[in-house]
Design a protein around this ligand. Structure first.
Ligand code: NA7
Length: 565
């Protein structure tokens, strides 16, 4: 495909390219790499000052992977896999950022990347079949294809508590952490939120602060991450087994290496179950999900027993029984919400300077200039850490000013929740792809996001081979996929109270933002697209010759009352 002729450009000298990638996270960088390798002219723009995406912005103390480092990292190059030695099973943010910088330098990607450039609008022009994208730094691009690899956890969500802006100390959201170190030593600190981020930051700072007050709305089923250094022997094993590792990670439902267990809970005696739970407690990260009893999630009695085992652990670790009780979840079972993995989290509450406030018993009333007021009074702080999560799944896509055919705004089209095909495209927005967006899968993120990037590249190559200039998904294909997502939502372990349904964002429609049918169904449907010669799409020829023309119809809203399907 030839780069777009400058003659098509209507406004002041935008840069004309085949593919514009937005977002320098793990997905966007891979998209840039693949597009360039295939000979497309491509640029990547990124709002942040450096590479890493989520792993650039979330640089709070002890931010780290909870998927094994080598399962989360790139697999497209054996040389890269061999030469980068992760120091720990679960790498910390600084090492992850170093890795991402290494990748972009090793593959000479930096020259096509532009940082500090936040998209302010992306408008589709039907006459030329191109996107005009403008960014905060004044740059402008005209691209045939727009790939919004903007991540699911990239818009920090701050609570709507009165006075939040009035606080005169320092305050930070974990997902928008400063690049300069925050000095916690001797400070009075509040941490609000006890999801995966909050429970990482709490033990990391507990011993250096003067006081730490944790504001918890919902207790989580936290279990040990069990991080450790990777030994030289293990490094050698990883290298020797690259092909086998890649095969499992590329083909398994979860994109992890954890072997599934072959027994259901009550196949074992009480003593055997107890020993097995102990084994799970000592297992690394997501093994507690991936290698647990086969019925631990769907069987209520099985789930309750595993939860009771964790509750006992909490009671044993936390010395103050009242605090232990508050830290034990009451409103969901294991995996009803995304389970965090921790290092010395419960232990932190044994420090005399750490206290826990249960916001369900003691609601937050307001933030003042000096601290946080609950119905029990004011506590004064020097620093407030908001570990209050994100506008998950659609937050970033809805804020880019994306306008498709007939000026259709993406955020309006998705006002009742996202409507997608394969979690990659949506009708009414030709030549737009959003790998890693809503409805993709529910697994080790880079693995299924990478599957989507590969699918996008195959699609672009198909278009190039056929001389097609535009692609738009058929509304019926989109409807089928979206209905499948919505009608299977009940099969996901996650409850509606989970942020995976958008329930943490006031006014956001409650739709499952993951793919409850899983990664293997995603693979199957992608393969069907190819097998059926891309019948799910309308294409136009680059030079206006015959294709499978876009029919010019209004994108149809998907029927969302599909619970009986
Ligand atoms: P999460 O998992 O969404 O956690 C956010 C936490 O903040 C959670 O405990 C929330 O309680 C709490 N929260 C949210 N809003 C409020 C208000 N208004 N008041 C008090 N507390 C509140 O985000 P994380 O950053 O921890 O983790 C995100 C992902 O990063 C994680 O899943 C991993 O993939 C890595 P709630 O449970 O909603 O009651």
């Amino acid at each position: 495909m030839e780069p777009i002729e400058p003659a098509l450009v209507e406004r002041a000298q935008p840069v004309s390219i085949d593919v514009l990638v937005v977002g320098a996270g793990i997905t966007g960088v891979y998209q840039l790499y693949r597009a360039r390798e295939e000979g497309f002219s491509v640029k990547l723009i990124e709002a942040g000052g450096g590479v890493g995406g989520t792993w650039y912005w979330n640089r709070y103390p002890e931010a780290r992977f909870d998927s094994e480092s080598y399962t989360y990292a790139y697999l497209f190059s054996e040389e890269l896999f061999n030469e980068w030695e992760w120091t720990e099973e679960f790498a910390g943010q600084p090492e992850i950022e170093r890795y991402m910088n290494h990748v972009i330098d090793r593959f000479d990607l930096r020259r096509d990347m532009q940082f500090g450039s936040r998209v302010t609008s992306a408008v589709y022009d039907e006459s030329s079949g191109t996107w005009t994208v403008r960014a905060s730094d004044g740059s402008e691009f005209r691209a045939r294809f727009l790939v919004a690899a903007v991540g699911v956890l990239s818009i920090p969500q701050l609570p709507d508590v009165p006075g939040r802006e009035d606080f005169r100390g320092e305050s930070f959201h974990t997902g928008n952490w400063p690049t300069t170190p925050v000095d916690f030593a001797g400070k009075r600190v509040a941490v609000v939120g006890t999801g995966s981020s909050g429970v990482q930051v709490i033990p990391a700072i507990a011993s250096e602060v003067a006081s730490l007050t944790v504001y918890q709305r919902t207790a989580n089923w936290c279990t040990p991450l069990n991080n450790r250094p990777i030994t030289p022997e293990e490094q050698a094993d990883l290298r020797a087994n690259f092909e086998a590792i890649r095969e499992v990670l590329n083909t398994s439902a979860g994109g992890f290496l954890h072997s599934p267990h072959d027994r259901a809970t009550f196949d074992d005696s009480k003593e055997e179950r107890r020993a097995f739970y102990e084994k799970m407690w000592k297992s690394p990260g997501f093994a507690k999900l991936g290698s647990n009893y086969t019925d631990m999630i769907p069987n209520k009695a099985a789930n309750a027993e595993f939860c009771e085992f964790i509750a006992e652990k909490i009671r044993r670790i936390v010395k103050d029984p009242e605090t232990a009780e508050k830290l034990t979840p009451k409103d969901h079972g294991y995996a009803g919400k995304r389970p965090p993995f921790v290092t010395d989290y419960f232990e932190a509450y044994n420090n005399a300077n750490v206290s826990l406030i249960d916001l369900k018993e003691t609601p937050m009333v307001r933030v003042t200039e000096t601290g946080i007021e609950t119905n029990e009074g004011l506590r004064e702080f020097d620093i407030i850490v908001w570990a209050t999560g994100f506008d998950f799944g659609t937050g970033a896509l809805a804020r880019m000013g994306i306008r498709g055919r007939h000026g259709l705004a993406l955020e309006e089209y998705w006002a009742d929740g996202p409507s997608t095909f394969l979690g990659i495209q949506t009708c009414g927005f030709p030549n737009l792809f959003f790998p890693g967006g809503p409805h993709g899968a529910a697994a080790n993120n880079p693995r299924y996001n990478g599957d989507q990037v590969d699918f996008i590249i195959d699609t672009l190559l198909y278009m190039r081979d056929h001389g097609y200039g535009t692609i738009e998904v058929d509304s019926a294909a989109e409807g089928e996929w979206t209905n499948m997502m919505n009608s299977n939502a009940g099969n996901s372990p996650f409850l509606e109270s989970s942020y995976f349904y958008g329930s943490n964002v006031p006014g956001k429609p409650r739709r499952l933002l993951l793919n409850p049918c899983g990664r293997l169904v995603l693979h199957e449907k992608m393969a069907d697209v190819v097998k059926n010669d891309y019948k799910a799409y309308a294409f136009t020829k680059e030079e206006g010759a015959e294709g499978r023309p876009i029919r010019g119809e209004e994108p149809r809203r998907v029927d969302r009352n599909c619970s009986d399907e």
